[in-house]
Design a protein around this ligand. Structure first.
Ligand SMILES: Nc1ncnc2c1ncn2[C@@H]1O[C@H](COP(=O)(O)OP(=O)(O)OP(=O)(O)O)[C@@H](O)[C@H]1O
Length: 275
């Protein structure tokens, strides 16, 4: 699957291969909660990076540290140790106000529970991050954002007047309105039926392919992970496996099953996979 980070770019002297840059870099992340008998190591030395214009799925058993990884990478949580860099900025060096600004301006969030404001219309929800930053986006920008997620005809609808899939697409439009460096999605299809899930996943995929957006998504669902370019598998707070394209739901499911029960012989792994 081609992505903007890997595309060959034309230039005055012919064609050059674009260099991969990494929008998000995590180095030696540890996250420890509680003390004494209540002490939990949620992340235990995670180092990885997310290339610009790529789609990464983060998977692993319940309690393996997926949400903690996402929250630390997004500056919502502070790791006990380690460094997070987004778009060249070290989060560790930022004060609370600067961190709030970075989250608001450079990061898009999509959560399982859409988190829309029920009294606001779709358009008002989309423009909310900019309003909170004291900016008033032109109406055409808001309409364009809703158009991009296939909801140009739902601009004036309130969340209760939209289906779950439509609400999540409003949340994706809201995540994009600031043109963020990276979109973090925490189980974005967890509350959706399979048809609505596919729409949201196709949308995230299209953002990567057509606009060079960087997307990092936590999911439990191998079918959702199959939309990604790369799958990271966590266990006990560590990255224990990695799968690079071509990725199918069957391959992801087989790799997860292998980790739980040992190798299976009935699913073949495509060349290039590297768990
Ligand atoms: N604020 C916190 N205080 C104490 N322990 C926490 C906190 N946040 C997470 N943990 C613990 O850290 C571990 C990792 O949690 P995390 O939510 O990152 O896992 P997860 O892989 O996202 O799980 P799930 O798939 O169930 O959502 C768990 O054992 C959890 O109980």
């Amino acid at each position: 699957m081609s992505t903007p980070a890997r595309r060959a770019a034309p230039c005055a002297f012919g064609t050059v291969t674009a260099m991969t840059t990494h929008t998000v870099t995590l180095t030696g992340l540890r996250a420890v909660y509680g003390t004494g008998t209540r002490r939990v190591t949620a992340l235990d030395g995670v180092s990885t990076s997310f290339a610009s214009g790529t789609f990464t799925a983060v998977m692993g058993p319940s309690g393996s540290g997926k949400s903690t990884l996402l929250h630390c990478a997004a500056g919502l949580d502070t790791p006990t140790e380690g460094v997070v860099t987004i778009d060249g900025t070290r989060l560790n060096d930022l004060g609370e106000d600067e961190l709030t600004r970075l989250r608001r301006d450079r990061i898009g969030f999509v959560f399982q529970a859409f988190n829309l404001v029920s009294t606001l219309t779709a358009a008002q929800n989309v423009e909310l991050p900019l309003r909170l930053a004291g900016r008033r986006p032109p109406a055409r920008d808001v309409t364009a954002a809703l158009d991009a997620v296939g909801l140009a005809d739902r601009v004036g609808h309130r969340p209760s007047e939209l289906s779950g899939g439509e609400q999540q697409r409003v949340a994706v439009a809201r995540a994009l309105i600031t043109r963020p460096a990276v979109v973090f999605a925490d189980e974005p299809t967890g509350a959706l039926d399979s048809a609505a899930s596919r729409q949201v996943l196709r949308l995230l995929r299209a953002l990567v392919d057509d606009h060079g957006q960087t997307v990092v998504m936590v999911t439990h669902d191998p079918a959702a992970a199959a939309y990604a370019d790369r799958v990271l598998l966590l266990a006990d707070g560590r990255v224990v496996d990695e799968l690079n394209g071509p990725i199918t739901a069957a391959v992801v499911a087989a790799r997860i099953a292998e980790r739980e029960t040992g190798p299976s012989s009935d699913v073949t792994t495509p060349a290039g996979s590297s768990w």
